[in-house]
Write a protein that binds this ligand. Sequence first.
Ligand code: ADP
Length: 721
Amino acid sequence: MDIYGALQTYFGYDRFKEGQEKIVLGALNGSDVLGIMPTGGGKSLCYQLPAILLDGVTLVVSPLISLMKDQVDSLNEIGIPATFINSTLDDFELNQRIEETKQGNYKILYIAPERLNTYVFSNLMKDIKVSMIAIDEAHCISQWGHDFRPSYTEIPKFIRSFSSRPIVAAYTATATKLIVEEIKDLLQLKNPIESIIGFDRPNLFYQVIKVSDKLTYVSDYINKNFPDKSGIIYCATRKTVESLTEKLNQLGFKAVAYHGGMDSETRQKNQDDFILNNIQIIVATNAFGMGIDKPDVRFVIHYNMPQNMEAYYQEAGRAGRDGEPSQCTLLYSPSDIVKQKFLIQSSTFSEERENILYENLQYLVDYCNTNDCLRSMILKYFGEMSQESKCDNCGNCLDDSEMVDITLESQKILSCVYRVQERFGITMVIQVLRGSKNKRLLEFGLDKVSTYGIMKEYSENALREIIMALTSMGYLIVTADKFPVLKLAASAREVLSGKEKVHHKKHLLEIKSATRRKEVSLEGVLDSFNEDLFIKLKELRYSLSQEKGMAPFMIFHDATLKEMASYFPQDKESMLAVKGIGEKKYETYGEKFLEVIKEYCINKNIQPIEIVKEKVIDRGRATVDRYQSTYDLYLEELSLDEIAERRSLTISTIIEHLSKCEKRGQSVDWSSFKVDTDIEAKILSAINEVGAERLKPIKELLPEDISYEDIRIVIAKNNLN
Ligand code: ADP
């Protein structure tokens, strides 16, 4: 069987997602591989498919033993023989599985990292042929990441123990460039075939909300947008988890708690209840979630601010793995920053590491305070070039609240920072501006500076808001220290001299008792399908899942049921054309679902619709297809302007689309887009100085008339991205 046959037969898909094919082919050709793909990108298939076709057993090293059973059950459901070995097994079960593995009963064996170098397991390795070692959540090997697991350091030794080294495959969803290098280095990947695809999750809507009454907000938000949909609420401490769970239950929600201080039995039960849809909401600390592949989480709320952007991206990313529209909401309150700083201070890290942690935290604080596109900010963090255009799917891009000129306020604040000689933190600067009689302030003689008391009429919150906004706009810098102080950035001069104006959202400058942000409802965003039939199919799925004691999504995902309820397949052939139905799944469940669909069609006199695959792929905001549409116009030899007009996109976006196409192997002749050689030389020399990661610093070094588009073309043309 070839890879396309296996893709269809086992997984029920007719094409690969971006980045998968390269990895699968790489592994089948015997190379090491590295897949950096966002959550929901389809990493599991990257090792599961080659595992079927390679001769021998594939070992999958995974950090979370509580999820292995689900993964193995899902594989068995689609006809791939798999099992797991971890500490939940008793000796009898362990020996039985070892024997069965020796007899060649399994193609995939999940294993916890701490077991790798044990006597029993090393012995088993001598008796079987290992085709590939796949390392899931590979970033756990990095001591710099936020998910470091000491047991992952066992992996290199284990790999070295083979006389004939198997293929090594590493996967993760969150890795900055630094961590990618560390993964390659520590795992000693040999010239790996890499698929590093973007970090964008187009189906996720991001928003930052500033409210004083978080509980009321959360309760209204869920009732309004997701009354019967699954969601995760992350809190910073176990105590908050406990109290919020209790309050939500009092308000009539079905919520359970999850944190490291609970006994493992209750924790596992709560996790299972959430995955099985027995309860709606799981309230958790960051101990929850890694590897949870529940596809239909529709909202993730951060009740408190997490440690840094990486943690936020990963936790929020647990929403919408199935590609359906989902929302990520961060509830921001300045006191959370204090909490996070305290956690860093009380750690035992080296000073260098602490400073990195402060810097990372500051990036997230800036994210909370920016007026710019939130998606761009996330992507920038991971070193991706930001789209200049708005994403139109984040709280900021959809926010139509009134902007006001705060140049005068900004000037007062900046000059105060200057007057106190850039030696104090936010709180002291605010106290000086408001003319406080604080003892420390008086001791330092700060009541004598000329800006003392010049903003008495502003509330502390309003001043903090403006200072945060000035920081995220880059006019102020908060130093990355234990006692962070405010400093002026070079660009502050432009504001002080009146050359640059500063604007900010009006409502954020007022007393912040309620959010006035535009709320985005998901209604109308989901595709059209027959809701009535969809509910019937869900009922059937639920009763089958109860019979088998497994999660409904392991039978079919919502997306698969929706496709059935859109096209009304009537026979095996049309059923197999539905996304997510392969031979084995059809064999087990196909007829039962066909029966319900056929009966429904007869009763309602509905004609089936033929499935044209293109149509299916077009759904949602399939990024692959957006790029292809741009590429098709490029092939028609249209100019960048013309393509931009035809696609109603900015030129920058078009360039970005073409770069993506090039990355996935389509050829683009950049020299057909003219940039003056003189200008190109200037851009290249600027890049030499500040690197090509971010556009703004490059632009700042160049004469005004050199545009962002020129810079993007030069970067793409010279392969610098
Ligand atoms: P990750 O581990 O990268 O977060 P998963 O492996 O859980 O992602 O896959 C995410 C979702 O995408 C799953 O619902 C999976 O069934 C689906 N998927 C994977 N590969 C394909 C494909 N080629 N076509 C359509 N859906 C796919």
